[in-house]
Design a protein around this ligand. Sequence first.
Ligand code: IPD
Ligand code: CA
Ligand code: CA
Length: 266
Amino acid sequence: MPPTINDLEMLARQAGEILRAGRGQALHVQHKGVIDLVTEVDHRSERFLIDGIRARYPEDEIVTEETGNLSGRSCCRWYIDPLDGTVNYAHGIPFYCVSIAYEEEKIVQLGVVYDPVHDELFSAERGEGAYVNGARLHVGSADLLDQSLLATGFPYDVRSNPENNLGHYARFALRSLGVRRLGSAALDLCYVAAGRFDGYWETGVQPWDVAAAGLIASEAGAVVTKITGAANYLALPCSILAANQAVHSQMLALLQQRPPVAGRLR
Ligand code: IPD
Ligand code: CA
Ligand code: CA
């Protein structure tokens, strides 16, 4: 029997308890890269999720952030981010979550994102709409980019990657109501689903960051694509653009202007 949305919700809530329990403790923080952190809580939450999935679905593939790809039958794939927003978590900033998606034949069917700080459980089943704590979600109704509140993020190789998003950021900052950088890609997308943000884009994300929340945003009525407008936003290299139809097309037009050089507007 394939998993149900309740199965994912239960796993996400329990992993959220692990994040809650670790909050405020002296954390052992390691560097995966110059500005890319991981804590023992990331590992604890990931171990719990892998064990929970493996116990009931031992043949499925699991794409994880910290442990890598756990092979299995490729028809049935999970994407897990045990703690999305690690830098926030390690600094005591209350904005992070657990993200779990389940995909069949390369189409994400179920997505759950749990924010243990605000006790908000975002979830979606393909074709059945998106919900937060049981209440139906709908994207915002903004129709002008100028009046849209946006969110974005920057890749961990921001210091060396010419495609570091700073040029796009500067353009959007001048053309929108404002651009927030809250530090959790999954929650940024869920906030688009909830109409809290009118749009979100990011380059250099990974499938585990956006698989669950991408479904949640699209089930709430967002158009979700790569920043090029291509539909297959989980294909590597992964990037994401999510907004209602009107704002999406205005954001896409801006993203398609001549690529800005790192940190400099042309
Ligand atoms: C990161 C966060 C951040 C985004 C990065 C992600 P992590 O995930 O979602 O907002 O800008 O691209 O890698 O490392 O906290 O799981
Ligand atoms: Ca992440
Ligand atoms: Ca993570």
